[in-house]
Write a protein that binds this ligand. Structure first.
Ligand SMILES: C[S@@+](CC[C@H](N)C(=O)[O-])C[C@H]1O[C@@H](n2cnc3c(N)ncnc32)[C@H](O)[C@@H]1O
Length: 279
């Protein structure tokens, strides 16, 4: 039955929100959203489904920052899905009402919602305005190319993009678009997880240095290094996923500081992180 006709219940915990957003990436979103928060910038999510990653991103929206989400929300009249099978799936499982219900269980105010295909965003979001973009809408090669090109224009130089399913065997078009952008459009990987690549158009090495420190303090997080055409790319994985253990992040050392970062509002965690960052 369509979610637009179903009685909606409010989720109490992020785990109750359907989606594919894994604990390691939930923790990494926190890392990158705080790392890019040294000055205000906007946030954008392309493809939010029922709001699992949106809810996490919303925690890190600072004062005066605009958070925009773009999705068709299962409604073909708002644009068109690239594949009929995609429409069939989302028509059954997704509605704008269900997204709003989930988001408002965790936040007082909705983000700016664009119910349309993501290809409208290039004309709606200002150049160099965003500090973090999540690309997770259509997984077709042509669409992802457009989404990455839009991101390149609207992301400020030191901003970070998260690219979903860059290596999923069911979504080869995403991999093709992502690696094409690395080799021909100046996109520079910071790190990869099993599900997402994190990249920038700036020098990735300062972020990689802090990411290593962060990974060292984060329980169940393993970091390795690869060279891609001479450029360092970090590879992060979670031992908790393999062993079915608890969600990241959990304190290993500096327990009080880490717990503070997990439970305090973003504005406070930002101050804690800044104080800890080497100058
Ligand atoms: C994989 S889901 C997103 C998952 C979500 N980010 C999360 O973490 O739970 C993909 C979403 O993209 C939307 N979508 C697919 N093609 C799109 C397009 N061309 N423009 C806008 N949204 C699209 C779908 O409606 C769906 O909600």
């Amino acid at each position: 039955m369509s979610t637009s006709r179903t009685e909606l219940t409010k989720p109490n915990h992020l785990d109750e929100v359907p989606g594919w957003f894994k604990p390691l990436d939930q923790a990494l979103f926190g890392f990158f959203l705080e790392e890019t928060a040294d000055r205000p910038g906007d946030l954008l999510e392309m493809g939010c489904y029922l709001g699992k990653a949106t809810i996490v991103m919303g925690r890190h929206r600072g004062d005066g920052e605009t958070f925009t989400v773009c999705d068709l929300f299962g409604d073909e009249t708002q644009g068109s899905y690239s594949r009929k099978a995609t429409l069939d799936f989302y028509e059954k499982t997704l509605s704008l009402r269900a997204f709003e219900n989930n988001y408002l269980a965790f936040h007082e105010q909705l983000p700016e919602i664009v119910q349309a295909r993501t290809d409208v965003l290039a004309d709606r979001i200002a150049e160099d305005s965003c500090r973090f973009v999540h690309v997770d809408a259509s997984h077709q090669y042509e669409d992802v190319c457009v989404d990455i090109d839009t991101t390149r224009t609207i992301l400020r130089r030191d901003g970070v993009v998260s690219l979903d399913d860059y290596r999923n065997d069911r979504t080869p078009g995403v991999g093709a678009a992502v690696w094409e952008s690395v080799f021909t459009k100046g996109m520079r990987p910071v790190c990869v997880t099993p599900n997402k690549m994190y990249a920038t158009w700036d020098d990735p090495s300062p972020l990689q240095k802090r990411l290593r420190e962060w990974a060292g303090e984060t329980r169940d997080c393993v970091v390795a290094e690869d060279l891609i055409d001479g450029a360092v790319m970090l590879r992060l994985s979670s031992t908790a996923v393999k062993h079915g253990g608890p969600s990241l992040p959990k304190p290993r050392s500096s327990a009080l500081k880490r717990i503070a970062c997990d439970v305090l509002p973003p504005v406070v965690t930002r101050a804690v992180r800044r104080a800890r960052r080497p100058r």
